[in-house]
Design a protein around this ligand. Structure first.
Ligand code: GUN
Ligand code: ZN
Length: 435
């Protein structure tokens, strides 16, 4: 088959590294008049249009996209599929919120037809928001993972998902049991892990809903299948942390519960970490594990303010999570808007190039996928978004006042949301077109 080649001409922007490590100037590349070349699902070249055009092989269609900005697809390192139906639920903090809203909503996934309907809506919503890769909590039911992976496979997406493991402190219809949870997870790994662009994540919900036996079984799965991920929650809420101490008095603390059961490694992603101390950050960093920073969720549930500067000091990998449905938006742009405010409330700031990093390359690193996604780099998979800089009258007017890409980027992250995402591409194919 002849190679399928396509080129897009507009502004291009991507992250080269964490500004905390590279400095601001070395952390990004920007071409105001750029050319992105894509062949068979991969990026062939990204650079200045006038430099590249004379060397473009004949017969390649160049699509001009004036007033647009192409960036790598966004990476959401923590989100819940079965919470689509209860996003924005009023008035509770974590543990009551789980009991009153979350568990009843997740119980509906016992019906595979419901799981399939929600999985399709959920993936469409991710793509409408420019998210091309996400690490996803399904429900305790294997059919929820099947539904998610089937739709992701159909669209050729790079996605990560796992069935929740839960064997205590939740309604009986949502409990699997250590042996059953292990067997169901193993079957899903065998069926889905490595198929298309899909990855499996072993997903014990959090320490309070798993017995020591179940956490042991999760650790066994990680040893038996070293390329799968571990996805759970950690140190989100003060009451939750106290409860973990009561449930596991023999352990030194919340993180030690996971460490003891062999759950910390370079493919482990722990959501929140709002109340971690420096020792815990150092322990996570030494294990190569990553934390998902979930600002809209942490504010909505009143959980607290994530200490990003502390994570930076310990060189802890951090990605960004929407954490829908405790998080209130699928939009990574809106998630960055709230992340900025979380930093402001701590007397710190969040530079737009750090935000760009968190939304793309930082997320890819948190998921150990930075050799494939997160940048407009030759050889990388062609997962990217086309942003419309005139998506609303206010945005068009405000961006016209910006003097450089730094300002433009910051305003995009403050005012932008799904309306800005004109197209989303995955593996070179258009998987979302606005309107
Ligand atoms: N901790 C355990 N389960 C959950 C959940 O579904 N959402 C959030 N935000 N935290 C949790
Ligand atoms: Zn969560």
């Amino acid at each position: 088959m002849p190679a399928h080649r396509q080129a897009y001409r507009c502004a291009l922007l991507h992250s080269l590294g964490d500004p905390a490590v590279t400095g601001l100037d070395g952390s990004y590349q920007y071409w105001p008049d750029g050319l992105l070349q894509v062949e068979d699902g991969h990026i062939v070249a990204a650079g200045d249009a006038n430099e590249a055009l004379p060397y473009l092989p004949p017969g390649i269609e160049v699509e001009a996209l004036p007033g647009r900005l192409i960036m790598p697809g966004f990476v959401d390192t923590h989100i819940h599929l079965p919470q689509l139906g209860m996003i924005g639920a009023f008035g509770e903090q974590l543990l009551d919120w789980l009991n009153h809203y979350t568990f009843p909503c997740e119980a509906r996934f016992a019906d595979p037809a419901h799981a399939q309907d929600v999985a399709r809506r959920f993936i469409a919503e991710l793509l409408r928001n420019g998210t091309s890769t996400a690490l996803v909590f399904a429900s305790v039911h294997p059919a929820s993972v099947e539904a998610f992976f089937e739709e992701a496979l159909r669209l050729g997406l790079r996605m990560l998902c796992g069935k929740v493991m839960m064997d205590r402190n939740a309604p009986p219809e949502l409990l699997d049991g250590p042996d059953h949870g292990y067997a169901q997870s193993r079957d899903l790994i065998e069926r889905w892990h490595g198929r298309g662009r899909l990855h499996y994540a072993v997903t014990p919900r959090f320490a309070p809903t798993s017995s020591a036996e179940q956490l042991e079984a999760a650790g066994r799965l990680l040893r038996e299948y070293p390329s799968v991920y571990l996805h759970t929650h950690l140190s989100e809420n003060r009451q939750e942390i106290d409860w973990v101490r009561q449930l596991f008095p023999e352990r030194a603390g919340y993180l030690d519960v996971y460490a003891h059961h062999g759950l910390l490694g370079p493919r482990s992603v722990l959501a929140h970490g709002v109340h971690l101390d420096g020792h815990e950050c150092a322990q996570l960093a030494a294990a190569g594990a990553a934390v998902a920073f979930c600002p809209t969720s942490n504010l909505f549930l009143g959980s607290g303010l994530f200490n990003l500067p502390q994570a930076e000091r310990h060189q802890l990998k951090v990605g960004l999570g929407t954490d829908v449905g405790a998080g209130t938006s699928f939009s990574i742009l809106q998630t960055l808007n709230e992340a900025y405010k979380v930093m402001q409330l701590q007397g710190a700031s969040l530079h737009p190039f750090k935000s760009l990093y968190l939304a793309t390359l930082g997320g890819a690193r948190a998921l150990s996928l930075d050799d494939r996604i997160g940048q407009l780099r030759p050889g990388h998979e062609a997962d990217f978004v086309v942003l419309d800089l005139a998506a609303t009258p206010l945005l068009e007017y405000r961006l016209r006042q910006c003097r450089d890409i730094t300002e433009t980027l910051f305003v995009l992250m403050t005012l932008g949301d799904d309306r800005v995402i004109e197209r989303t591409y995955a593996h070179g194919n258009r998987v979302h077109q606005r309107g």
